[in-house]
Design a protein around this ligand. Structure first.
Ligand SMILES: Cc1ncc(C[n+]2csc(CCOP(=O)(O)OP(=O)(O)O)c2C)c(N)n1
Ligand SMILES: [Mg+2]
Length: 352
């Protein structure tokens, strides 16, 4: 019998050849335009955040999503406004795709009172209830069972909504994944599990930590439907998430999608990137998700270069405004440290 590894075609990697524009457009014009604008906003927002980090205006942890934008934007167009979203700490792109106010996210990066978590969470803990974004979690893999729990709530309340639960390739090594997969399948929870396989967990490649490099096959142990997705291509992401959502809403339970993606920047802001070659990064840039959508828009005449320039200008304004807002906002007052935290006045086990 062929082992999973022998069956593997792509070895956990997104295809590296330059993408060709599809012969016929598969989606309405508005969707392509949303993809372009939303991915470009995520990218420009984070390029600016990276610069500000260099100037020490943003401090602490900061993990950029640059290169992975098709994962958020492609999922967004496949779901409804009432579906729930949860992810790890590489968490600026998703809320931007969902329509969160970039000012509140930038202010959170600056640790300001006006930030989406009142300046107390920072980059890794963006939350925005208004768009159903339930964080932003720093413990690798901890959000996986939480995502299953959120899906349980939706099922229990018969809402028809689902929870899309993102994780990194490093997170699939956590035991919590297996517990969550088992329960989610047993109870047929409306959850889409997504591993954003960007090839590395900090400086450690998937090949160094895993016998099975086609991560989607992990779902087979639970009879969970799963598939690999070229997540440098936003259309492929949309289509895979649409299929998974249909299954979830039909009461058929979870799906596990392996988004094959790539991060252009380091793991965090202090990463010398000795674990990969510059050529590898350049190879992935040939399949840049924004460039792919741009090529489709221009080749199919959905908009002109001037139209796209106008969008870029608008985005520059939004990003500049978010920085101004963050810079001018106050830091939280000291007493804020004791608000929004679990505290029981008569807790009996405190030792003075
Ligand atoms: C339980 C736990 N172990 C270790 C860490 C330290 N840590 C932070 S990020 C990270 C790598 C995770 O990589 P991956 O899941 O692939 O996500 P990516 O950064 O690529 O988005 C590690 C080991 C942590 N935050 N939590
Ligand atoms: Mg990773």
């Amino acid at each position: 019998m062929a082992s999973v590894k022998e069956k593997s075609k792509q070895n956990g990697k997104a295809p590296a050849a330059p993408a060709a524009v599809a012969e016929k457009i598969q989606h309405p014009k508005e969707r392509y335009m949303y993809w372009y604008e939303s991915m470009q906003l995520q990218r420009k927002f984070e390029e600016k955040a990276g610069q500000l980090y260099g100037q020490q205006k943003i401090r602490g942890f900061c993990h950029l999503y640059i290169g992975q934008e098709a994962c958020s934007s492609g999922s967004y167009t496949a779901l409804t406004k009432d579906d729930k979203w949860i992810t790890a700490y590489r968490d600026h792109g998703i809320p931007i795709a969902l329509g969160s106010d970039p000012k509140a996210i930038m202010a959170e990066l600056f640790a300001k009172q006006t930030g989406s978590s009142k300046g107390k969470g920072g980059s890794m803990h963006i939350f925005d209830k208004s768009v159903n974004f339930i964080g932003g979690h720093g413990i690798v893999g901890a959000q996986i069972p939480m995502g299953a729990g959120i899906a349980f709530t939706e099922k229990y309340n018969k809402t028809g909504n689902l929870c899309i639960t993102f994780m990194g390739d490093g997170a699939v090594r956590q035991g919590a994944l297996h517990e969550a997969f088992n329960m989610a399948m047993l109870w047929k929870l409306p959850v889409i599990f997504v591993v954003e396989n960007n090839g590395y967990a900090m400086g450690t490649s998937v090949e160094r930590t895993s016998n099975v490099t086609d991560l989607y096959t992990l779902a087979e142990a639970y009879d969970m439907p799963s598939e690999p997705v070229d997540a440098m291509n936003v259309e492929a992401v949309h289509e895979a998430v649409s299929r998974a959502a249909e299954r979830a809403r039909a009461g058929e339970g979870p799906t596990f999608l392996e988004f094959r993606t790539y991060r252009y920047r380091g793991h965090s802001m202090s990463d010398p990137q000795k674990y990969r070659k510059k050529e590898e990064v350049e190879e992935y840039k040939l399949r840049d998700p924004i460039e792919q959508v741009k090529a489709t828009i221009l080749e199919k005449g959905l908009a002109t270069q001037e139209d796209l320039n106008a969008i870029d200008q608008k985005i520059k304004g939004i990003v500049d405004e978010s920085v101004k807002f963050a810079e001018e906002s106050p830091y939280p007052a000291p007493e804020e440290a004791f608000k929004d935290v679990y505290m029981q006045e008569d807790y009996p086990f405190l030792m003075e």
